[in-house]
Design a protein around this ligand. Structure first.
Ligand code: AMP
Length: 404
């Protein structure tokens, strides 16, 4: 299978060749001809599968040339500013032979530039829901002209509480000829209801793909007592040949603390989470992409969708709360068939989360120990002393190797 068979025009094929892509990924093989045929499409694909190109390439072809001064014809709606910026990059990369005007509309920055760009005329608007609605309210953006509506990472938008905003935006895109594409890693009942209301006879692409870790990622768990987590993190970093690493933490304060501690030890590191202002987030991401910073310490804001090339290592400093986030976090490495390593630091009170993840991905993650690091479980030992009933379990050993 090559890109030549999908119905794409020569200038887009040439941009694909320039990007260095040889064969279309499965989601591209299935989605591109359907989108070009004008169908509504539901795409279910895990992160790193090339889904952005699966919608950007045919969209560019359908939109054709830039229309100076015209109202926006295509709207891409996504959950985060970073993801929106990345989608824009891809539209520009694949569309360089006949550049369309793409405008980013997201929060965390001033309105002035966005207003100006919208007034100048944009073919494609790539937006997060809240700021887009602000522009609609201020009448600096009208959605009635949208012919192609792309809802990206819908499950994430719903997780982030954007459901009502997304529904309102869809209703405002009232053009009768509208084509709608919906991409989501998982399709919940709520998303099915949204689909039923918003898409016309949609073609389902790869809906049955189970979200699972990319095969190119080697992932392991490192059990350790909670007090030794940071020391283990440092030992792991030192044992790896790190070109670029993302360390995931559950909490923003945790990410800040780890960043500070690593900086104190002389590592090249920056933090990335929702409490930082947009300038700091963009700067951290850019420095990381440029290789000026080797380690990014992030919360789950960075775990999905972000396409940072060449991430060689991911470390989960905390076991993620939601099993799906495990797949998204480790999916930051091993992208587009490159090899990657992921390590998860497991403290005893996180065991139940690991069990849930292993059930979700339907595999046991290999466990490794580093010398000098013990899987001590003090809190529950104390708990067991306080509640004699629990001491009956003392004689068994869990699969995590700790004596209960
Ligand atoms: P995405 O799933 O859209 O985040 O894409 C993940 C990565 O795959 C991006 O770096 C793309 O540039 C890359 N990519 C997309 N399509 C292909 C392809 N057909 N061959 C190789 N890499 C690709």
């Amino acid at each position: 299978m090559t890109f030549n068979t999908l119905g794409l025009e020569p200038k887009i094929l040439s941009a694909i060749a320039d990007a260095g892509y040889e064969t279309p990924t499965p989601i591209q093989q299935e989605a591109i001809p359907q989108i070009l045929a004008g169908n509504d499409v539901i795409g279910s694909a895990q992160t790193g599968t090339g889904k952005t190109a699966a919608f950007a390439l045919p969209s560019l072809q359908l939109l054709g040339a830039h229309q100076p001064g015209a109202a926006p014809r295509c709207l891409v709606l996504g959950p985060t500013r970073e993801l929106a910026a990345q989608v824009k990059e891809q539209f520009e990369k694949y569309g360089k032979a006949s550049p369309l005007k793409c405008t980013l509309v997201h929060g965390g920055v001033g309105y002035g530039r966005q207003r100006q760009e919208l007034a100048d005329g944009a073919d494609v608007v790539i937006a997060t829901p809240g700021r887009l609605l602000d522009h609609v309210q201020q009448k600096t953006m009208d959605l009635g002209s949208i012919e192609l509506l792309i809802l990206d990472e819908v499950d994430r938008m719903l997780d982030m509480g954007f459901i009502d905003d997304v529904k309102r935006i869809i209703r405002m895109c009232a053009n009768k000829k509208r084509q709608t594409l919906l991409f989501s890693a998982t399709v919940s009942e709520e998303i099915k209801r949204l689909i039923a209301r918003s898409l016309k006879n949609p073609v389902v692409v790869a809906i049955s793909v189970k979200i699972s870790p990319a095969e190119t990622v080697k992932h392991e768990v490192y059990p350790v007592g909670a007090m030794q987590k940071f020391d283990l993190l440092v030992a792991l970093i030192d044992s790896m040949e790190v070109d670029s690493m993302i360390i995931f933490c559950r909490m923003k304060v945790g990410a800040d603390r780890i960043t500070r501690w690593l900086q104190q030890q002389g590592y090249s590191v920056a933090a990335m989470h929702a409490d930082l202002n947009q300038k700091m987030r963009t700067q951290a991401l850019q420095d990381f992409k440029d290789g000026k910073i080797k380690i990014l310490v992030a919360t789950d804001i960075a775990s999905r969708g972000l396409d940072i090339a060449n991430v060689t290592h991911v470390i989960n400093y905390d076991v993620p709360e939601h099993s799906e986030d495990y797949v998204h976090r480790i999916g930051r490495t091993g992208r587009a068939q490159r090899e990657g390593d992921a390590a998860t630091i497991l403290a005893p009170d996180e065991e139940s989360k690991l069990v849930a993840i292993e059930k979700f991905i339907d595999q046991q993650i290999p466990q490794r120990r580093l010398d000098g690091f013990n899987y001590l479980y003090e809190p529950r030992i104390r708990e067991a002393e306080a509640k004699p009933k629990r001491s009956r379990r003392n004689s068994s050993t869990s699969r995590f190797g700790r004596r209960r």
